[in-house]
Design a protein around this ligand. Structure first.
Ligand code: CA
Length: 237
């Protein structure tokens, strides 16, 4: 069944000033965004570990861990989520450091709400464009294997027909469309599992193990389906 909620971009709002937080949340929701709140750094890190976001709005000055350290932590984990940083007035050094550590944009407080909304929309659409790759067709062949994405069936090199689950087909398509590139776990979660269900790394690993059983001549020495430790998964030919 179609879930309307799945089409709303998800934003994590990290801001400890209650009034500003509530005003921003309300306005972002009126613009059609799904907003998750964090009022301090550890809450933010917990949310980031548990869910996919299209954008993070990150205040620098927080009661515990500062926004720059959180940004650094996000990038160390190869999470490429766009980050819009909010900094206090006269804190140019913070802004520069924030950008160096991986923030994509920043606004100085007090800021114009219209400007914030414009920047939010821009960062989200820019990120979406990067994520959309050239689509493979309904049928894809590699080696002696063939996948029919529409019929949810694959034919292996022995001519055996394999029924694919919807999620298997989606993950295969995602990996093949990003041939020779690492697809991060966050990206897989977003595309294959959607916004609100979060499988463990092991779940994705099990899908990859199945793909090897289906399609690799030697599943211990995979030619097509690779795990890249700490980063994600990669399809090569
Ligand atoms: Ca603050």
């Amino acid at each position: 069944m179609h879930n309307m909620g799945n089409n709303r971009p998800a934003i994590l709002l990290v801001e400890d000033e209650q009034n500003l937080h509530e005003a921003l949340k309300l306005n972002l929701e009126l613009e059609g965004y799904e907003v998750t709140s964090a009022y301090d750094g550890s809450e933010a890190l917990q949310q980031i570990g548990a869910a996919y976001f299209d954008l993070i709005i990150m205040d620098i000055m927080l009661p515990d861990i500062d926004g720059i350290s959180i940004t650094e932590n996000i990038r160390v984990h190869n999470n490429e989520v766009p980050i819009l940083m909010l900094s206090a007035k006269n804190a140019a050094a913070d802004r520069i450091l924030g950008l160096k550590k991986g923030a994509d944009d920043y606004l100085t407080k007090p800021f114009n709400l219209e400007e914030l909304l414009l920047r939010v929309a821009k960062l989200i659409s820019k990120n979406k464009k990067i994520q959309v790759k050239e689509s493979v067709g309904d049928i894809y062949q590699f080696g002696n294997n063939k996948i029919d994405f529409k019929a949810l069936v694959a034919i292996d090199s022995n001519g055996t027909s394999i029924e694919l689950s919807k999620k298997e087909a989606m993950l295969l398509k995602l990996l093949i469309e990003n041939k020779n590139e690492v697809v991060t776990r966050e990206k897989i979660l977003q595309v294959v599992w959607g916004y609100n269900v979060y499988p463990t790394t092991r779940t994705i690993d099990n899908f990859i193990l199945n793909f090897r059983k289906y399609f690799e001549a030697d599943s211990r020495n995979p030619r097509y389906f690779h795990s890249v430790r700490g980063m994600g998964y990669k399809y090569t030919e």
